[in-house]
Design a protein around this ligand. Structure first.
Ligand code: NAD
Length: 423
């Protein structure tokens, strides 16, 4: 990364941390909790930095820097993914651990939030190097993680294979099989049915609930999905199968829009493993144009900071459902709310992933495994209940859904800290 890119990335991430702190403070103020609560919640309780020496394929040793942050464990052990990316910073990992706390609170899981990250570029590493890095990271953080302390999961550029190496390394260190140490594992190692589609399923349920509240029938609805990766492509498929008209999709290289509806099955066949499809298509438009095209429901499912004060006035959807983390800035959230657009925030909309991770952990702990229907039924129950709780909080306090979701999440942590005698 160039020096300028590093500065820009750092500024963006600092803003993520600051804006998260701002919403937590607003949520506490609305609920009447004093400054002692904010003091404990404004940053993670634990931020561990580790340096990991890894033998590279050419015989040299390279030292990687990694982090593990545990925001708050008043409700229960902390939980959250591990990200492998060259732009990882400690502030980013801290903010992501705070989002996880709120998310777990919103869907009522017995967890606090955690997050991990390693500064590396897996696209430039061999499988052997990745395995040694994954195992080295587990050895470095092993004292503060574990099935009843802090349970990692996949995140950007980590997958079920990385989880399998990490689970194996932890089990060797502890000298007993520990599937409950980490979630997102392959099925044969104690993974859960339904994990791969869980985020998109959760988003789908939120879309159904939001559409009901707005009197929109999904069968007639026009939907735009930004991003065609794990979250976006499954979501587009579920919407298409539910009879909705998916009029727009995009990837990092461009977007497609057709007012008559796109052929989602054909696009899924053309898509590569990185979620790229538009490079093989004609008549593309830009991602920014796509967001402003006519539709009823807009689903950002790619990256952060896509709906900002600069374009929020031009969004035509009446419902925005955030499958991605942080796609809408705080300023844009307020503009959308003032315009009467119903925004379902990330900490609610994409919580299906961590919910099924929790199911995986619960199955590992009891040694009894569920089939796909059981997972789906329980996920639906959690998501419908959580949507209703957040919607009701928004109505009762006359606030937008993001603040309402933070109020639900923060309230659980505040109550748990109070009963533990921390405040
Ligand atoms: P992914 O890597 O599978 O796919 C990302 C998609 O976004 C790809 O189609 C890519 O081309 C596109 N993209 C990348 N940069 C873009 C840009 N600048 N403009 C437009 N599109 C761009 O990722 P994913 O797992 O689908 O995650 C997408 C979002 O959903 C992220 O914000 C992630 O944090 C969030 N999320 C995912 C999960 C999950 O289980 N996958 C869970 C919770 C949240």
């Amino acid at each position: 990364m160039s020096a300028t890119a590093q500065v820009e990335s750092k500024e963006r991430e600092l803003n993520v941390l600051e804006s998260t702190q701002q919403v937590i403070q607003d949520a506490l103020n609305h609920l009447g909790y004093g400054p002692k609560y904010y003091d404990l919640l404004k940053e993670p309780l634990v931020t561990l930095t580790v340096r990991i020496p890894v033998r590279m394929d050419d015989g040299s040793v390279k030292v990687f820097t990694g982090y593990r942050c545990q925001h708050n464990n008043a409700v229960g052990p902390t939980k959250g993914g591990i990200r492998f990316h060259p732009s990882v910073t400690v502030e980013e990992v801290q903010a992501l651990s705070m989002w996880m706390s709120v998310k777990c609170g919103v869907v009522g899981l017995p967890y606090g939030g955690g997050k991990g990250g390693i500064i590396c570029d897996p696209r430039e590493m061999s499988i052997g190097e990745l395995e040694r890095l994954s195992r080295g990271y587990v050895r470095a953080i092993s004292q503060i993680v574990g099935p009843t302390k802090d349970i990692p999961a996949p995140d950007v550029f980590t997958n079920s294979q990385v989880m399998a190496w990490m689970m194996d390394e932890y089990s060797r260190l502890r000298e007993f099989d520990s599937p409950g140490f980490i979630t997102g594992k392959p099925l044969v190692l104690g993974g859960s049915h339904g994990r791969e589609t869980a985020t998109a399923k959760g988003v789908t349920i939120c879309i159904e609930e939001a559409a009901k509240r707005r009197g929109i029938s999904l069968k007639d609805a026009r939907i735009i999905v930004q991003g065609f990766g794990n979250a976006g492509s499954y979501l587009a498929k579920f919407m298409h199968d539910a009879g909705a008209k998916v009029v727009g999709i995009s990837d990092a290289y461009g977007a497609l829009y057709d007012a008559n509806g796109l052929d989602i099955d054909a696009l899924l066949d053309m898509r590569d493993s990185f979620g790229t499809v538009t490079t093989k298509c004609k008549n593309t438009i830009s991602n920014q144009q796509l967001l402003e095209m006519p539709c009823d429901i807009l689903v950002p499912a790619a990256i952060e900071n896509q709906i900002t004060a600069a374009n929020a006035h031009r969004i035509q959807a009446s419902i925005v459902v955030e499958a991605a983390n942080g796609p809408t800035t705080l300023e844009a959230t307020k503009i959308l709310a003032d315009r009467g657009i119903l925004l379902v925030p990330d900490v609610l909309a994409n919580a299906g992933g961590v919910t099924v991770s929790y199911f995986e952990w619960a199955q590992n702990n009891q040694g009894l495994y569920w089939d796909e229907e059981q997972v789906e039924e329980r996920l639906r129950h959690v998501m419908v209940r959580s949507f209703e709780t957040v919607y009701q909080m928004a109505q009762d306090h006359d606030v937008h859904m993001r603040l309402a979701a933070y109020m639900v999440g923060v309230q659980r942590m505040a109550e748990a800290m109070y009963h533990r005698g921390w405040v």
